[in-house]
Each structure stands twice: as structure tokens, then as C-alpha cells.
Design a protein around this ligand. Structure first.
Ligand code: ADP
Length: 174
């Protein structure tokens, strides 16, 4: 299954995939980081559609169109803020990946790109986030073959290296 998972360094807003995932906040009304970049690239219609959604719970996901993005869809998910690890952060982050992939399948999405959810302002430790990301994506793909490609997009090369390491480790044990 790991052959369907790719780790790249880059800007998620530029990818030509069926869907990109947004690391949003509970309001779904935009923010900084990848959320701000996605809203800027998609245009103001994205914010208008997000307003209709009335927010999103942490660990859940909601879908909108992609408007001016190359991607047809945006799946908005809300990662946990890291508060030390005893507040269910691991499970909430895992849920972000599962909820997003479930929505993708429901919409016939075959190619999807994720940012490193929660690893920016929300301060989730990178190695731990990378392990959860690759484990959840790999587990999902092993029970569902409608998705053909999952790209894990890292903004910095150092994050990319850590995600690549996590992918190698999962590949060795699966
Ligand atoms: P969170 O609040 O979930 O931590 P952030 O947007 O602060 O969300 O950061 C999530 C990750 O997205 C970070 O690793 C950050 O470097 C990365 N990121 C920021 N902008 C982009 C972008 N344009 N494309 C891909 N990843 C990005």
C-alpha cells in the first residue's frame, strides 16, 4: 500500500490533484499558515462556501469546491492543538486523516494531498505527527482501493525528511 503514498516538499495550493486537504481551525473561516494560503489561492468564493458550513469539530472534516485552485475539491479538517499528549491529541490527529479519506471516497476522489496537519501553529511534534499520518493513510488504503494516490506535502525540507523516514518505517513493517 505504501506505493500509493508519496512524500514531497512543496506548496499544496499548486498541486493538480482531485482534492487538497486544509489544516483548518474550528471556525472554518480561514487563518494563517496553510489555511491562509489555500484561501488566498482559491479566492473569496471559498470563504463564502465555508461560512455556510458553520464550523467543524476537531478531528472531523468537511468538503467544499476548490474554486481557483487547480484541485477540484478542498477537504477541511481540524487538527488538535498539542497540549502535551494527554488530551487525546494522537487519536484526534488520526481521526483527521480517516475523516478526510472517508469524505474523499464518498466524492469519488482518487488523488488527494495532505499538509502536515497540526505541525505548525498547533505545535504537534513532527515525528509523532508523521508516524500517525503514514500509519492512518496506509491502514485506510489497505481496506479501500478507490483512492489511487495520497501525497503528503511538507512545506519545509526538514519536515519532508521526517515524513520520508516515517514512510520508510511503515513500509518495512507492512
Ligand atoms: P496547524 O494549525 O494545523 O498547525 P499550520 O498551517 O500552522 O496548521 O501548519 C501545518 C503545516 O502546514 C506546517 O507544517 C506548515 O509548515 C505547513 N504549510 C504552511 N503553508 C503550506 C503550504 N502552502 N503548503 C503546504 N504546507 C504548508
Amino acid at each position: 500500500m505504501t506505493d500509493k503514498i508519496t512524500v514531497i516538499q512543496g506548496d499544496i495550493t499548486q498541486l493538480q490533484v482531485d482534492a487538497i486537504v486544509n489544516a483548518a481551525n474550528n471556525s472554518l473561516l480561514g487563518g494563517g499558515g496553510v489555511d491562509g494560503a489555500i484561501h488566498r489561492a482559491a479566492g473569496s468564493q471559498l470563504l463564502a462556501e465555508c461560512r455556510q458550513l458553520r464550523g467543524c469539530a476537531t478531528g472531523a472534516a468537511k468538503i467544499t469546491q476548490g474554486y481557483n485552485l487547480p484541485a477540484k475539491w478542498v477537504i477541511h479538517t481540524v487538527g488538535p492543538v498539542w497540549e502535551g499528549g494527554d488530551r487525546g491529541e494522537d487519536e484526534l490527529l488520526a481521526s483527521c486523516y480517516r475523516s478526510s479519506l472517508t469524505l474523499a471516497v464518498q466524492h469519488g476522489i482518487k488523488t488527494i494531498a495532505f499538509p502536515a496537519i497540526s505541525t505548525g501553529v498547533y505545535r504537534f511534534p513532527i515525528d509523532r505527527a508523521a508516524q500517525i499520518a503514514v500509519r492512518e493513510v496506509q491502514a485506510f488504503l489497505s481496506t479501500n482501493d478507490s483512492i489511487s494516490q495520497v501525497i503528503l506535502v511538507c512545506f519545509s525540507q526538514s519536515t519532508c525528511d521526517r515524513f520520508l523516514k516515517a514512510l520508510q518505517q511503515v513500509g518495512e513493517t507492512s
